[in-house]
Write a protein that binds this ligand. Structure first.
Ligand SMILES: [Fe+2]
Ligand SMILES: [Fe+2]
Length: 473
């Protein structure tokens, strides 16, 4: 049978579990209502050239065609089961991976799945108005691609909730459609997902930095002893790669365009560049500082007994757990975290198990540096003497031991007065935001791009850059 002929495309034999199928079919119209209410604004009648997951074969896991987004086929796809798979860390190390939720870990697992699930619709809500100011059809299509796949990620988590958590799971599935990003009474669970994504520079920074947080959370869950969670997150990672590509290439194209105009006008004068309609590099650096710092808060407190519990009980591993050469139990290891003492940043040694949020954050930071280096190569190639950099991890933090500490992007501990005097040079000011907002306009002619961003090197799925990626009807 062709998977895509089913009402809910899936590779989990939904038809063989009528109760589950009925429960998901009841949730489906609520999801579509949520999409119509909170998904991309004004997009209901567009035909969009989208990728749709149709299976998990490395070769042909997706197809591309024109889709009206409310009719997108959001499916449920898990990587195939490995019968030999074992729990590969924590106190259950070496036991067969669990095909069901162990009773004693039920509450924690549900919390992990709900927290992950909540980020997916949240980002769609944060980005819903961006289509109105897309810099090109190519970018508009990429925005929608990210949005529909975040919708599918929500499906992936709701499937687990319905299948393994009974009535509580169904209630959580409803609640995931009721919370709203940024809403005071019923906000999304994590703070970064309640912030606005007001313009396309923010969108590209978000997909570079915050979707990369998604990658690291998914990688940690892909190690889970709870096998269905591992298998579903593993497949989600396939889609996540494109989201980060959208961010990295988006920022890269902005940088490229800015450098081009700097060379044409032979100037690094911010007001001249702004008058020429491009985003000056110092403003790009301030947006980078903001998105990086807000995103690294998502990894949680540097010392966390929850993180220790999630690891020891086999629910959430480390990034690339299987490739690490230690005992995977970590009872006698330690790790260094940072804190401010007597006006200086000092290291403090804590039990490794309690520092696993920090371990994942440090892995994330290393991974984030790669794209920044590639952006710098674009600047270098243009002969412009400016370099972007990741701020120090103590800069602008709101969670953990560094929360609220006045630390500069280069890692100096400041007085509050020094911080207040300098912060407009480090984070986007109202004037920066107003300027970036002023550039946002809609460009919809195939092959045309807004003035502030360079065209991509190539199109999507080997289509030309001037392909008609969205038909407005
Ligand atoms: Fe996602
Ligand atoms: Fe994503």
């Amino acid at each position: 049978m062709n998977i895509m002929n089913e009402n809910i495309p899936n590779n989990v034999d939904l038809a063989g579990d009528r109760t589950l199928q009925r429960a998901l079919e009841q949730w489906q119209p609520d999801f579509v209502s949520w999409w119509k209410e909170m998904g991309p604004l004004g997009s209901q009648a567009y035909d969009v050239y989208l990728r749709t997951a149709v299976g998990v074969d490395a070769e042909g896991w997706a197809r591309y065609n024109y889709v009206r987004m409310p009719d997108y086929r959001w499916g449920i796809f898990l990587m195939p089961r490995d019968e030999q798979r074992k729990v590969n860390f924590g106190e259950h190390l070496g036991e067969p991976a669990w095909q069901d939720v162990p009773g004693e870990h039920r509450a924690n697992l549900r919390r992990i799945i709900v927290t992950q699930g909540d980020t997916e619709p949240a980002s769609v809500e944060q980005q819903r108005h961006l289509g109105l100011t897309a810099p090109s059809l190519y970018d508009l299509r990429n925005l929608f691609q990210v949005n529909v796949e975040e919708g599918r990620h929500l499906w992936a988590m709701v499937y687990l909730l319905h299948k393994y958590f009974g009535r509580d799971g169904r209630e959580e599935g409803e609640a995931l459609l009721e919370r709203r990003s940024g809403q005071r009474d019923n906000p999304r669970i994590l703070q970064a997902f309640n912030e606005e994504t007001p313009d396309w520079l923010s969108f590209f920074m978000f997909t570079y930095f915050t979707d990369r947080d998604g990658k690291f959370q998914l990688c940690a869950l892909a190690e889970s002893g709870f096998d269905p969670l591992a298998r579903t997150t593993r497949f989600m990672l396939t889609e996540e790669a494109h989201h980060m590509f959208v961010g990295e290439s988006g920022v890269s194209r902005i940088v490229q365009r800015t450098c081009q105009v700097m060379n044409e006008l032979k100037t690094d004068d911010v007001s001249k560049l702004r008058a020429a309609g491009v985003i000056d590099l110092p403003t790009i650096q301030r947006y980078l500082n903001l998105h990086f710092s807000v995103t690294i808060d998502l990894f949680g407190a540097d010392e966390s007994s929850n993180a220790a519990t999630f690891f020891s009980s086999g629910l959430k591993g480390r990034f690339e757990e299987g490739k690490r050469a230690d005992d995977h139990v970590l009872k006698s290891d330690s790790y260094k975290i940072l804190q401010v003492r007597d006006g200086a940043l000092v290291e403090k040694e804590v039990p490794l198990l309690n520092a696993l949020n920090e371990v994942l954050r440090d892995d994330y930071i290393r991974d984030s540096a790669g794209g920044v280096e590639r952006w710098n190569r674009v600047i270098e190639k243009a002969g412009v003497p400016f370099r972007l950099r990741l701020p120090h991890k103590a800069f602008h933090r709101r969670i953990g031991t560094l929360a609220g500490a006045p630390v500069s992007p280069d890692g100096r501990v400041l007085t509050q007065a020094e911080w207040d005097a300098a912060v407009d040079g480090w984070l986007p000011s109202e004037a920066d935001r107003a300027f970036v907002r002023s550039l946002m306009g809609r460009v919809v002619e195939p092959g045309k791009f807004a003035n502030w961003v360079a065209p991509p090197a190539s199109g999507i799925n080997r289509q030309p850059v001037n392909f008609e990626y969205v038909r407005f009807n």
